[in-house]
Design a binder for this molecule. Structure first.
Ligand SMILES: [Ca+2]
Length: 135
């Protein structure tokens, strides 16, 4: 029983990790266009743009659509300022606390976005957009 849970978690993690970059593009939570995100998700998007010295490029992350479960904060999006979740937390959003319309700007050329859902209660999810822009 314990083993099968671990294995399922591993499969779902492997299926939901992305590295995107250079050109502005959209990203969505799982099943965004169908029946919404499943329970117990762990998804990540590592967004990279060209590293310039001095740093003249930044990443702007916007969420034109954002529908996470309301009423509790079990489903959330976190944005880290770096390669992975050991980097400083830049922002955190959930159904009660959605992202600002102006978006979130990175401090440097890489950000790591994580979406997690808990074991019950779901919603449609989100459509995110990253823009590569000059500071
Ligand atoms: Ca939930």
């Amino acid at each position: 029983m314990f083993t099968s849970i671990l294995r399922l978690r591993f499969v779902s993690r492997a299926a939901c990790h992305f590295t995107i970059g250079e050109k502005s593009q959209e990203f969505t939570s799982p099943n965004y266009l169908t029946d919404g995100y499943p329970n117990s998700q762990f998804c990540s998007w590592r967004i990279l743009v060209e590293k310039k010295t001095p740093p003249t490029e930044q990443i702007l992350i916007k969420f034109p659509e954002f529908h996470l479960q309301k009423g509790k904060d079990g489903d959330k999006v976190r944005i880290y300022s770096g390669w992975d979740d050991r980097a400083p937390l830049l922002a955190e959003f959930n159904g009660n606390s959605p992202p600002p319309a102006k978006g979130v700007a990175s401090k440097n050329h890489v950000v790591y976005v994580v979406f997690t859902s808990d074991s019950q209660g779901k919603s449609k999810g989100f459509r995110g957009l990253f823009l590569n822009q000059s500071k």
